[in-house]
Design a protein around this ligand. Structure first.
Ligand code: CO
Length: 462
């Protein structure tokens, strides 16, 4: 019997993203990297997701340089990133040549494992990224977005896992971004996945509703091979359950869940100091560390509920809150039950608010919802009523197949557009994904280089 349980440490990516809005600069964790490298993790989730955008937009950091530096300080641990399928680490669908180049460069610069998902669980939107990951020699992990709806069930998750296996993924991750995965569901789904696809199973959840520890324990009992956890100082609440705690509990239960205790202790102490500073500056708001069970009552993610509240209070219509909560599942049903994750959670929520405030359903429809109904985001998980679709789109044509099939190759065009402002293919990719942010980062970098240059010549002159 294989009783080994492996850990993916999320402090540098998901914990960072969930607790401090991805504002942790490289300099915060630089000194602890050699210790993280010795802890015995299966992998260190350290890149992708929102970190790429945040480096360029808020931290004046080159995301590629960050990756290279982590690689250098962690030669012994697998480095992992999160990739939103055809959206990469951005917010729209990119042409295949950009997807392939981005994956290739990620692996070249140090990534060992790429976890790939699509917000609609549409296999077409992860195929190219999975293919290129395998070609580049990295591990492709297919992630299933967990959600609660009348059409999402054991069979649908197993079906998706089998499709993923067919396109060649090396591992399967059950990804619960909202923290609503219960111990029973975790057990049943992991068991079904273990029985139907012979691949390592990973479970990813958040402790938002307090279910996280129980869900991970149940998942391990059902045979999960790897669990995602965060070092205690950055664990809990909207982040992952704590690494040390899970390791302790599982060891006691007889699982081989050992990590280097001394290393974990040092990592925990190190991040406690950073957490204290983030508390004091207000970057880390204590509310995100508390337990919010509302998501269980309404079966929609906590982040979406707070969005609804802020949209309604901004127009002084909090009196409509209960009505909007009733409207939300109806809109979601009409849209074919998309998982309530970015960007669908925002789109469904805004439509429910609009429908309620105007009192005339779909009298105002966002461009995003129109694109979604045209099929630009992929195939919705459930059926959409044809009459409903027509009432919004009229006779506008539907996209058959994959949206990215209609996108022309863009890399060479972007390369000549940016010219010598880009110093490397990595710069070209930064610009392809976040043009404005990349350009202002290049400006910053150039001015910094000049400063260093002047300084180094100063002593010669004197
Ligand atoms: Co997550």
């Amino acid at each position: 019997m294989d009783m080994k349980v492996n850990f993916t440490e999320t402090v540098l990516r998901d914990a960072n993203q969930s607790l401090v809005a991805t504002r942790m600069p490289f300099s915060d964790f630089e000194d602890i990297l050699p210790v993280l490298d010795k802890a015995g993790y299966y992998s260190l989730e350290c890149w992708g997701g929102a970190t790429f955008d945040s480096c360029l937009r808020y931290l004046n950091e080159d995301p590629w340089e960050r990756l290279k530096k982590i690689r250098k300080s962690c030669p012994n641990t697998k480095l992992q990133m999160l990739l939103r399928g055809q959206n990469l680490v951005g917010y729209k669908h990119y042409p295949d040549d950009i997807v392939r180049m981005f994956v290739k460069k990620s692996v070249e610069n140090g990534i060992d494992i790429i976890r790939i998902f699509d917000a609609l669980n549409d296999i077409k939107n992860i195929e190219v990224a999975v293919d290129e990951t395998i070609k580049s020699g990295a591990v492709a992990s297919g992630a299933i977005c967990y959600t609660i709806s009348p059409i999402h069930n054991l069979e649908s998750y197993v079906k998706l896992a089998k499709q993923m296996k067919e396109i060649g993924v090396n591992t399967i991750c059950l990804k619960d971004m909202a923290g609503i995965l219960s111990p029973k569901e975790a057990y049943d789904i992991v068991k079904a996945l273990k029985e139907s696809v012979n691949l390592p199973i990973i479970v990813h959840t958040h402790n938002t509703t307090g279910l996280g520890y129980m869900a991970l324990l149940s998942a391990v009992e059902a045979g999960a091979d790897i669990i995602d956890t965060a070092i205690s100082a950055y664990s809990g609440g909207t982040s992952q359950p704590a690494t040390e705690t899970l390791s302790y509990a599982l060891l006691e239960l007889g699982y081989d869940a050992s990590l280097d205790g001394g290393a974990l202790d040092k990592i925990g102490d190190f991040f406690k100091e950073i957490r204290l500073r983030d508390f004091n500056s207000g970057l880390l708001n204590p509310t995100v560390l508390s337990t919010d069970a509302k998501a269980l009552v309404y079966q929609i993610p906590g982040g979406m509920l707070s969005n609804l509240v802020s949209q309604l209070s901004s127009v002084n219509r909090m009196d409509l809150y209960e009505e909007v909560l009733k409207e939300t599942p109806i809109v979601r049903k009409e849209l074919g039950y998309p998982p309530l994750v970015t960007p669908m959670s925002q789109m469904v929520g805004a439509q429910a608010v609009a429908n309620t405030i105007t009192g005339k359903r779909y009298s105002s429809v966002s461009n995003e919802i129109k694109s979604y109904l045209k099929g630009e985001y992929g195939t919705p998980p459930g059926e959409i009523d044809e009459k409903f679709r027509k009432s919004i789109l009229g006779n506008e044509p539907q996209i058959n197949g994959r949206y990215a099939d209609g996108l022309s190759p863009a890399y060479d065009k972007i390369k000549s557009e940016i010219g010598d402002r880009a110093k490397s293919p990595e710069d070209i990719l930064s610009y392809a994904l976040f043009p404005e942010q990349a350009l202002s980062f290049f400006d910053y970098r150039d001015s910094k280089e000049k400063r260093v240059y002047n300084y180094s010549f100063a002593p010669v002159k004197s």
